[in-house]
Design a protein around this ligand. Structure first.
Ligand SMILES: Cc1cc2nc3c(=O)[nH]c(=O)nc-3n(C[C@H](O)[C@H](O)[C@H](O)COP(=O)(O)OP(=O)(O)OC[C@H]3O[C@@H](n4cnc5c(N)ncnc54)[C@H](O)[C@@H]3O)c2cc1C
Length: 384
C-alpha cells in the first residue's frame, strides 16, 4: 500500500474545493483492499491518530479536510466495479463518470449526477448524499443504494465491519465521514432512456422564469430543470438573459439533435469553471421550495451582483461569491433562514456551515458519534 508523508503531499491534502484552510496531516494512505484499511485503522488505534476520509476532494464545505496531525485515507485506489447477475458492487473509490462508462455497455446508467461528475467518487457521493442535475426525477444518492459495507471503531477499539441497508444507511450516507468508512456499496441502476430531448428557454426576468418552472413541474414528466442567471449567461457567451434548461426522457422537447443537446449540457457544465475564472470561486447551495420566497432570494442575489445557476426544479441554487465576500455569504444564509429555506440543499455541513446548525441538529450528530465512533477517531473537525 502506498503511504505519502512528504511535505508537498501534506500540503496538497490540506486543501479541497471549499477553499477553506486546514491543518497539515501526518500522512496519507492509499488502500487497495479491505485488509489495507484494517492495517491503517490498527495504526491509528495504536498511535492514537485521528482519521480523515477523502474521496476526490470536490466537496465545497471542507468536510474531507484533515485535523492536525491526522491520518488521511484516500480511497481513489479502491476502485473496482463488479457486475454479475444484475448485482452491481462498486468500491468507494470509483469515479462516477467511470461507473457510467462501464454501465453503458449494459444500456444502464447511474442517475445521480452532480456537476462534479467527472471527478467525484462514489464513496464521497454517498457520504454527502449527493443530489445533482437529474435530482428532480432521480432523487438523492441514498435512493440508489441497496446496501453498503461499512467499517468503524467501537468503544473497545475493535474494528467493526458491517453490511447495512434500509433505514441504517442514513447513519453513513449523508453524514460526511462522521461515523466511519464506507468501503463499497451495492447500487441500483436505471435503464438508459431511449430518447432524450431538451428545451432551452430564455427570459428577461426571474418571475417569468419561475412561473415557467412551476408550470412545467405541474404538467410534464421531466428529468432535469436547470437554470442560469443573467450574469452567468455572459460568462458562457450567451445573450444576457435568464435561461432554463429542461430535459425530457422522451421526444417532447424542441431540441432533439444529440449534438445540440450535448452543446447545451456543455454550457451548463461550463458555468462553474467560468464563474471561478471570473473570480467567483466560492459555491453555495441554499434550497428554497416556496416559489415566492425563491424569487425573493434570486432577486436579492441579483441586486448584490452575485452570479447564480443551479437545480431550480428542486429549489437548489448555486450563488457564487468572491473569496472576500464571506460577510455577504452569512447575510445570504440569514435571509435564506428568514425565507424558510435550508442552508444546504446538497453540499452538506462540513466545517463551513456548522455555525448554522440548530441545537437539535447538533444533538443528532452528537448521538451519532456516540453510536458509531465513541472514541472520536473519524472526521473530528467536521460538522460539530
Ligand atoms: C463543480 C462542482 C459541482 C458540484 N456539483 C454538485 C452537485 O450538483 N450536487 C452535489 O450534491 N454536489 C455537488 N458538488 C459537491 C461535491 O462534488 C459532492 O459533495 C461530491 O459528492 C463529493 O465527492 P468527493 O469524492 O469529491 O468527496 P470528498 O470531497 O473527498 O469528500 C466528501 C465527504 O465524503 C467523505 N468521504 C469520502 N469518501 C468516503 C468513504 N469512503 N467513506 C466515508 N466517508 C467518505 C469525506 O470525509 C467528506 O466528508 C459539486 C462540486 C463541484 C466542485
Amino acid at each position: 500500500m502506498i503511504k505519502k508523508s512528504d511535505n508537498i503531499y501534506k500540503y496538497i491534502y490540506s486543501i479541497d474545493a471549499s477553499h477553506l484552510e486546514a491543518p497539515i496531516c501526518d500522512s496519507i494512505y492509499f488502500p487497495e483492499s479491505k485488509n489495507d484499511i484494517f492495517d491503517i485503522l490498527k495504526i491509528a488505534i495504536t498511535e492514537n491518530k485521528k482519521i480523515s476520509l477523502r474521496g476526490a476532494g470536490t466537496n465545497l464545505v471542507g468536510n474531507c479536510l484533515p485535523s492536525d496531525n491526522s491520518i488521511i485515507i484516500d480511497f481513489s485506489k479502491l476502485n473496482k466495479i463488479n457486475f454479475e447477475n444484475n448485482n452491481l458492487i462498486v468500491e468507494s473509490g470509483v469515479v462516477l463518470d467511470d461507473l457510467n462508462l462501464f454501465l453503458e455497455k449494459y444500456n444502464l446508467f447511474f442517475p445521480v449526477v452532480p456537476g462534479s461528475h467527472s471527478n467525484c467518487l462514489i464513496g464521497g457521493m454517498m457520504a454527502t448524499n449527493a443530489v445533482g442535475m437529474r435530482g428532480f426525477k432521480y432523487g438523492k444518492m441514498i435512493d440508489w443504494i441497496n446496501s453498503a459495507e461499512i467499517i468503524y471503531i467501537d468503544e473497545n477499539k475493535n474494528i467493526i465491519e458491517k453490511n447495512i441497508s434500509g433505514d441504517e444507511l442514513k447513519y453513513f450516507c449523508g453524514t460526511e465521514g462522521f461515523s466511519g468508512i464506507i468501503l463499497k456499496a451495492n447500487l441500483k441502476t436505471s435503464i438508459k432512456p431511449k430518447n432524450i430531448s431538451l428545451d432551452f428557454f430564455n427570459f428577461d426576468n426571474v418571475n417569468d422564469l419561475i412561473n415557467k418552472v412551476y408550470e412545467i413541474k405541474k404538467n410534464q414528466k421531466v428529468s432535469a430543470i436547470e437554470f442560469i442567471d443573467k450574469e452567468v449567461s455572459t460568462f458562457i457567451n450567451l445573450e444576457e438573459k435568464f435561461y432554463l434548461l429542461i430535459e425530457y426522457e422522451n421526444e417532447i422537447g424542441n431540441i432533439k439533435n444529440l449534438e445540440e443537446i450535448k452543446k447545451i449540457w456543455d454550457l451548463r457544465d461550463a458555468c462553474y469553471p467560468t464563474c471561478a475564472a471570473n473570480g467567483f470561486i466560492l459555491i453555495e447551495d441554499p434550497q428554497i421550495e416556496n416559489e415566492e420566497n425563491l424569487i425573493k432570494l434570486i432577486n436579492w442575489l441579483c441586486e448584490n451582483n452575485i452570479p447564480i445557476f443551479g437545480h431550480i426544479g428542486l429549489g437548489i441554487i448555486h450563488p457564487h461569491f468572491k473569496i472576500d465576500q464571506n460577510t455577504l455569504i452569512d447575510e445570504m444564509y440569514k435571509f435564506v433562514k428568514e425565507l424558510d429555506g435550508k442552508v444546504s440543499g446538497e453540499h452538506g455541513i462540513g466545517i463551513k456551515k456548522n455555525k448554522f446548525l440548530s441545537q437539535d441538529e447538533k444533538n443528532y450528530f452528537i448521538e451519532l458519534k456516540k453510536k458509531f465512533d465513541p472514541l472520536c477517531f473519524f472526521s473530528v473537525n467536521n460538522i460539530i
